[in-house]
Design a protein around this ligand. Structure first.
Ligand SMILES: [Mn+2]
Length: 453
């Protein structure tokens, strides 16, 4: 019988002779550092690990010494077959890439799922305990902090290259011990690593002071083009693909850029949009944890933490930026309205549909018990006769009804130039998300059809 928690993961790690350590695609310092540290721990125990990173080690971490072979595909393992597949820093198994997901679904003939134990060490609040054995602590600053705890429980000192890999995980996920997730426990672990010999100056030289001139130029160009929104509380930066191409850079050159944007005075949320292809954009959101950007990323099917989250959208980058900015502004507006006791009470009792009508169009949200269950954006324009000049509340009400009931096809919304998100069924107690409330400068157009706020 499998169980969860640190002791269960420890016994899985100790008893497996061959462990495949797996982390997410486009790995950050926490992911790679945790893999390296675990490989060293497992070698200390006298066993034989491998590291699987589908997209390899990024350039900015190429200085890190790998203690065991690194593979990008399961075929590269050859005759070596794992007894344990150990996920680190993966909020869900899909983050590890398609091949590992297929293994987890039992679709890899070479690695039969039922003969192999899967374990999961992570600190993402969204982690669904997807493995056989799970150790998930959202309060932890970095997955590497959990790996350090494991090493110490096994009596392995956080010294040498193990200490360095763990120090990397802590520095990476706390922004050099500066974000809100920097805890006393995390600093105490860093202190133990330094007292066992880590040279912080040399570490920083390897990890941070290694910029190319092209990367400096890219950041200079991007920083000269940032825009401010929401009375200066939101900063936005858009990176067209050609900026990277023109300087011969890849996306590694943008590592930490989103976090860096928060340095601007008065900014509470940084939004960074990277063009990944025609009509494909990757968004990154950063805050100091006081604005939960994970909620905003989740609107677009993404994930992350309160202070750092991301998502991918099938839109050109400028349009993606506009949409997320609108969602940020709508979220602020929604929170403001939800502070009203009468609205909060309604939202808890039966769920409500909240509308914001402004010169550019309509935003609608389905809210139940302070949670968003849907988000709809329709622009006013020639396609949509909700144009203020010939405003048609009846038409809008029809669309909202379909949205509320989950019958509004995404394609239809796209032809109107809008965006819809309704990821799950509404809870039965929500009683259908009535009544309607309207606010915003053009709320009067809904007079007689919704309560005007
Ligand atoms: Mn992490």
């Amino acid at each position: 019988m499998m169980s969860d928690g640190p002791a269960a993961v420890e016994s899985a790690v100790v008893s497996a002779r061959r462990t495949l350590i797996v982390s997410h695609v486009n790995p950050d310092g926490d992911a790679v550092g945790s893999c390296v540290a675990l490989a060293r721990i497992i070698q200390e125990l006298g066993n034989d690990p491998r590291i699987f990173l589908q997209s390899g080690v990024p350039d900015f971490l190429s200085w890190l010494a790998l203690p065991s072979p690194l593979v990008h595909t399961l075929a590269e393992l050859g005759e070596w077959k794992p007894e344990l597949v150990l996920f680190v820093d993966c909020g869900d198994m899909h983050r590890a890439g398609e091949e590992i997901s297929a293994f987890m679904r039992g679709e890899n003939a070479r690695m039969p799922r039922k003969e192999i134990v899967a374990a999961n060490i992570d600190h993402h609040a969204s982690n669904l305990n997807f493995a056989d054995v799970n150790w998930v602590e959202p309060e932890c600053s970095a997955t590497g902090e959990l790996v350090g705890i494991l090493a110490e429980k096994l009596g392995i000192p956080l010294a040498g290259e193990l200490g360095e890999a763990l120090y990397l995980t802590l520095v990476s996920d706390t922004g050099g011990f500066s974000y809100a997730n920097t805890s006393a426990d995390c600093l105490a672990m860093a202190s133990r690593i330094v007292s066992l010999g880590l040279d912080v100056g040399r570490f920083t030289t390897k990890y941070e002071n290694n910029w190319t001139l092209a990367r400096m130029h890219l950041w200079g160009r991007l920083l000269s083009e940032i825009s401010l929104h929401e009375q200066g509380s939101v900063v936005c930066s858009v990176v067209p693909k050609r900026y990277l191409q023109e300087l011969g850079l890849n996306k590694d050159a943008l590592e930490d850029y989103a976090s860096w944007l928060r340095k601007l005075r008065g900014v509470r949320v940084a939004l960074f949009v990277r063009e990944d292809g025609p009509s494909r954009a990757k968004i990154s959101l950063r805050s100091m944890g006081d604005v939960n950007v994970h909620e905003v990323a989740a609107l677009f099917g993404g994930g992350g933490h309160a202070g750092a989250a991301g998502a991918e959208l099938n839109l050109p980058p400028r349009e993606a930026a506009d949409l997320v900015l609108e969602a940020l502004s709508f979220r602020a507006f929604t929170l403001e309205l939800m502070a009203r006791p009468d609205l909060a009470d309604r939202s808890f009792r039966q769920g409500i549909t909240l509308l914001s009508l402004h010169a550019r169009g309509v935003l609608a949200a389905l809210i139940f018990k302070d949670r968003l269950f849907g988000f709809l954006r329709l622009p006013f324009g020639p396609e949509f006769p909700g144009d203020p000049d010939g405003f048609a509340p009846a038409l809008l009400l029809g669309i909202l009804e379909d949205f509320r009931l989950g019958w509004l096809p995404r394609e239809k919304v796209c032809t109107l130039g809008g965006y819809v998100w309704r990821p799950e069924e509404l809870p039965a107690e929500a009683e259908g998300f009535v009544p309607l409330f309207a606010a915003g400068p053009l709320a009067q157009y809904m007079h007689g059809h919704a309560r005007i706020l």
